[in-house]
Design a binder for this molecule. Sequence first.
Ligand SMILES: CC(C)(COP(=O)(O)OP(=O)(O)OC[C@H]1O[C@@H](n2cnc3c(N)ncnc32)[C@H](O)[C@@H]1OP(=O)(O)O)[C@@H](O)C(=O)NCCC(=O)NCCS
Length: 374
Amino acid sequence: MSDEIKKGLLGIVVDETEVSKVMPEINSLTYRGYAAQDLCAKCKFEEVAYLILNGELPNKNQLKKFENQERKERKLSNTILQDIKRFPKTAHPMDVARTVVSIMGLEDKETKDNSIEANMRKVMRIFAKTPVALAAFYRVRKGKKIISPKKNLSFSENFFHMCFGKVPNKEIVKAFDVSLILYAEHSFNVSTFTARTITSSLSDIHGAITGAIASLKGPLHGGANEEVMHMMNKIKKPENALKWINKALDNKDVVMGFGHRVYKSGDSRVPTMREYFGKVAKIKKDKKYEKIYDIVEKVMIDRKNIHPNVDYPTGPTYHLMGFDTDFFTPIFVISRITGWSAHIIEQYAANKLIRPLASYKGNKHRKVLQLNQR
Ligand SMILES: CC(C)(COP(=O)(O)OP(=O)(O)OC[C@H]1O[C@@H](n2cnc3c(N)ncnc32)[C@H](O)[C@@H]1OP(=O)(O)O)[C@@H](O)C(=O)NCCC(=O)NCCS
């Protein structure tokens, strides 16, 4: 067998999937064959979640049933609620998400049952409860009372309600919904591959999603949307942007929110999210971040020919919506649970243990000396 190394599995096709694909012929990310931006224009997040999990868009009855199931599963156990109150207030909410999904696995009576039916029921519980747990932590760490989920609110409306105690206007909710649709799925990215790797040993779905959350946290993956905001805060005002970005490039710094392993001439999700970022900025009457955004983007393209990825517009959009910066990646989590779950179910259905090889470059064989001889 050849020892040629493909670091980062660059360019290696490791399995098949029916969940999503970046289709070059339409230059777009597609879920189950539908372009993500088309879904953003015509669907709410719950319809897309159903599509990703079930393979087809729902009709009205299927959607109603799916929404009812999600709303019914929102309630957290008392144990989890008490645990959230005891977590260090300084904990990163991504670590809270990871821990809470893991605790859900302790409590779930079907943890060991990996049948498709049981897995779909578990997915619904993880999908419904994770945002509730995150919103509870959002409140607790600010010393505020936890707000219970409301059954008459959509997935996105309910998240605003639980974090802020109110639902913003329809355009803001739509922008949030769009961000969730764009974040829902992206084939064999790091966190999804992590989830599939964990699944490949026939471990359980809670473990696979817990691992995926840990993977998503990193700044080279989901954590980039937070880093974008830190960068914009460092830049402070549009007048500083040109000097800041040129200096960063002179220093050969990695600029967060730019570049992608798959898209080399632009992430197809960016134009849609950029449009909604603009809408939110207009509603909030705050154009500062848009100005910084445009200047940094122009220099990145002019000097490096590196285009923004979807984390670039979502960062400032979530900031303008009022979310704390360390909640940006957890918002990514509540959406990507759908994509991870579809992949986990696909992996179970046609499993092969994922176990690559390594080219060994350590010591040659040597004999162990007794402790007193070393
Ligand atoms: C996403 C990312 C990890 C893709 O990495 P990759 O496919 O392995 O591509 P590479 O890191 O090898 O990048 C290729 C070249 O472009 C440069 N580059 C890529 N992204 C860059 C960025 N964001 N800022 C500056 N330079 C960048 C690299 O330095 C490298 O230059 P070199 O050939 O002179 O060494 C990378 O673009 C990155 O770190 N981006 C910032 C983090 C981010 O936004 N992540 C979210 C992804 S959705």
